[in-house]
Design a protein around this ligand. Structure first.
Ligand code: PHE
Length: 344
């Protein structure tokens, strides 16, 4: 009997089960009605009384050990079975995680800023709620200029000398830069601007601009032309041409509007350029001496040029999305079109 008990102890130690079924079979084998331990219990009844104490204890230990071991095995295979159960098909393709993408306006803004950064322009930013001085007065707008009317500009406060308003262009950032930075100055000023316009496919009360300013000794109109030409070639392709048409802005003299050769029809004329072969991209000019003076720069010593363009306008030319409203509605169907459009 002693040997049988030891043998079973040993077997219990080495006992393995790969499934619940095997663990249950082991239980039946040792503890079932006809099990090995049950049989030993039966034998125990007929052993000599003086041995009963010793064997009784041993058998009890064996039974407990067997029960504990089988419980343990059942718990282990339980876990293993749960984790290997074929609930998931690992060969199935995963669920796509919806990744956002940059807004087309952000893509173009970054591109414009990057091009000017290559030419040595820092980025300057300023407040969207500005005062009359930085948006108009310092930029040589006469007191009765139409832009200062309520129907053109959103005023935040009125009735005093320097009312607060939503900036109508980022030229205000150029004024702040002239006030605070030492010369020479070379900055691009990206940002959101506001005009009191009825919303339509071609106009919006909010849009985005990148303006630029360069002030140094001996800056000429030829430098301006060259800067714009290089920009146009980086932005619209190496064979782009530009042309300038005389224009008027209170803060530049002379002023010009810039057209780039249509990159769709290569200047032959198509419906994007309305048959002209040219697309208008920006306004520009030589900084008016009055503007330099207002910010404490001596126009006898320094000169400069400025330019400004609408980001949505450039994006429209790039992707032929000709309704401005799309850029503001955040319709996912529209935005997801640009998920791979990080490069021109
Ligand atoms: N500030 C002008 C606008 O908003 C653009 C511009 C900037 C024109 C600099 C000339 C020079 O329309």
């Amino acid at each position: 009997m002693k040997e049988s008990i030891e043998k079973i102890f040993k077997e219990l130690e080495e006992l393995k089960a790969a499934s619940q079924k095997e663990a249950e079979e082991a239980r039946i084998r040792f503890l079932g009605k006809k099990g090995e331990i049950t049989a030993l219990m039966d034998q125990f009844r007929s052993i000599a009384p003086e041995l009963k104490r010793e064997y009784g204890q041993k058998l009890n230990e064996l039974k407990k050990a067997a029960m504990a071991r089988i419980e343990e095995l059942k718990a282990c295979v339980g876990e293993a079975e749960a984790s290997t159960a074929p609930k998931e098909d690992l060969s199935m393709p995963g669920d796509a995680f919806p990744l956002g993408s940059r807004h087309p306006v952000s893509i173009v803004r970054q591109q414009i800023v990057d091009i000017f950064r290559k030419f040595g322009y820092d980025v300057a930013e300023g407040p969207e709620i500005e005062d009359d001085y930085h948006v108009f007065e310092a930029l040589n707008f006469p007191p009765n200029h139409p832009a200062r009317e309520m129907q053109d500009t959103f005023f935040v406060s009125t009735g005093h000398v320097n009312p607060l308003l939503l900036r109508t262009h980022t030229s205000s950032v150029q004024v702040r830069t002239m006030e605070s930075q030492s010369l020479p100055i070379r900055v691009s000023c990206p940002g959101r601007v506001f005009r009191n316009e009825a919303i339509s496919a071609r106009a919006h009360c909010i849009f985005h601009q990148v303006e630029g300013l360069y002030i140094d000794k001996n800056v000429t109109f030829a430098d301006l032309k060259q800067a714009i030409l290089l920009f146009a070639r980086e932005m619209f392709g190496a064979d782009s041409q530009i042309r300038m048409r005389p224009s008027y802005f209170p803060f530049t003299e002379p002023s010009a509007e810039v057209d780039v050769s249509c990159n769709i029809c290569k200047g032959k004329g198509c419906n994007i350029c309305k048959g002209t072969g040219w697309l208008e991209i920006m306004g520009c000019g030589m900084v008016d001496p009055n503007v330099l003076k207002a910010s404490g720069i001596d126009p006898q010593q320094y000169s400069g040029f400025a330019f400004g363009m609408g980001i949505e306008r450039i994006a429209m030319l790039k992707w032929q999305v000709n309704d401005l409203r799309h850029y503001f509605e955040n319709d996912m169907r529209f935005l997801s079109e640009f998920s791979t459009a990080t490069e021109v």
